[in-house]
Ligand binder design. Sequence first.
Ligand SMILES: NC(=O)c1ccc[n+]([C@@H]2O[C@H](COP(=O)([O-])OP(=O)(O)OC[C@H]3O[C@@H](n4cnc5c(N)ncnc54)[C@H](OP(=O)(O)O)[C@@H]3O)[C@@H](O)[C@H]2O)c1
Length: 449
Amino acid sequence: MDVVMGLLGCGTVGAGVVELTRRRAERIEEMTGTRPVIKKILVRDTTKPRGVRLHGEVLTDRPEDVLDDPTVGLVIETIGGIEPARSFILRAIAAGKHVVTANKDLMALHGEEILDAAESAHVEVFYEAAVGGAIPLIRPLKGCLTSNEITDLKGIINGTTNYIVSKMTETGADFEAVLAEAQALGYAESDPTSDVDGLDAARKLTILASIAFHTRVNLADVSVRGIRSITAADVAYAKELNCVIKLLAVGRERDGVLQLEVRPSLVPLAHPLAAVSDAFNALFVRGDAAGDLMFFGRGAGCMPTASAVVGDVIEVLQNMRMGISETVGATRLPRKVVATNQGPEGRYYIRLTAKDRPGVFAQVAGVFGDAGVSMESVLQRRLADQDAQIVVVTHSVRQAELTAAADRLALLEAVAAVDNVLPVEEMDADGPVMDDIMDDLAAPTASLS
Ligand SMILES: NC(=O)c1ccc[n+]([C@@H]2O[C@H](COP(=O)([O-])OP(=O)(O)OC[C@H]3O[C@@H](n4cnc5c(N)ncnc54)[C@H](OP(=O)(O)O)[C@@H]3O)[C@@H](O)[C@H]2O)c1
């Protein structure tokens, strides 16, 4: 039996979906008892070369050829953005068609509306490719790990910023120069705002956190800071401190309260996230039963993203065969409190520019002492113009104390600027993953018999 599908969009991801569906057609038929046929593909320009084998008149620029065709049972959306993708998906759902989408922006901002519509229409909406490209994240969180209370999510979920900070670390170049190179190579958009200001990662975090913490979180719940403020100096000092700078998406639940943030952090080189470079993504998940897990892989690209999309397609086809639906109850979840005083308690890196003269460091140290912030390590470098750069890494401190110290430092006559303040990831409280796993392996296992 054939299952007729319609594809919306045939760009990077859509072309991969066409190719992978063709390559795996036999296996899909074996697994689902149905042969997937892509009947129509909606694009803007039907004359543009697509780089994949397409039969006859498959391309169309008329949405109704996909959305109003009663033989189309499954619509795959790879257009991207909010409109017209949202309207197309809602129209497909209303017509009783299942939907697979790779659209993170849409699912982050309108996921509830779409999943509610799907439940009412008794159809499936799957969106594994929306976060982490090829890496299975949504299905493990929704399925294999549902017996857990998830307490922590921490990851690198934006490839563009990870490429930029990786290149800054590798070459010592400044943010603007690396961004320009990334744009020239096509790794960053001509308008890079969504990536470099952390919005893309924040949208993905709302999707992951909603599933992991069994609630609905909105973009406004996430405290967001991107990487524009990271300089070559920060990257160099991080290196001296045996760290790398990474843009992290962090979600945690403590006593029923969520804390959600996207922010650049110093990550110790021994931390597994430090080794996640370039366009790779990684996510740590901590569950009360499963313990610590790490997911790692290609976060974007034609075939990696198609891998997730076609995986969803196969699952829809299997569910269609069995007559079951997984979208039921997807949005009927308790709302949880989200902390407004964002910013974790922990160690911080503070870089400041001050006058290079006797007594200045004592003043700086005095401000930290008065604010109850103790210093773990200090670096001091002479700059031109009688100035010096002072870098302090604090012991664990509450954010309120740190902010008080930074505000008072900025008021000192001898301090020209507090240039940057960044959290430093812990190895024990937040990132013991590998050590814990190794300890578990070494520990004697209780016999079950
Ligand atoms: N690229 C990745 O690595 C990646 C990874 C994960 C998730 N995603 C998500 O996957 C989706 C697609 O991304 P992409 O990189 O494949 O985008 P893309 O290369 O820009 O392709 C978009 C496709 O949609 C078509 N399209 C756009 N607006 C349209 C409209 N109004 N009517 C009809 N067709 C329209 C375009 O047609 P024309 O070709 O004729 O212009 C093009 O074929 C996005 O939601 C993105 O966030 C992408």
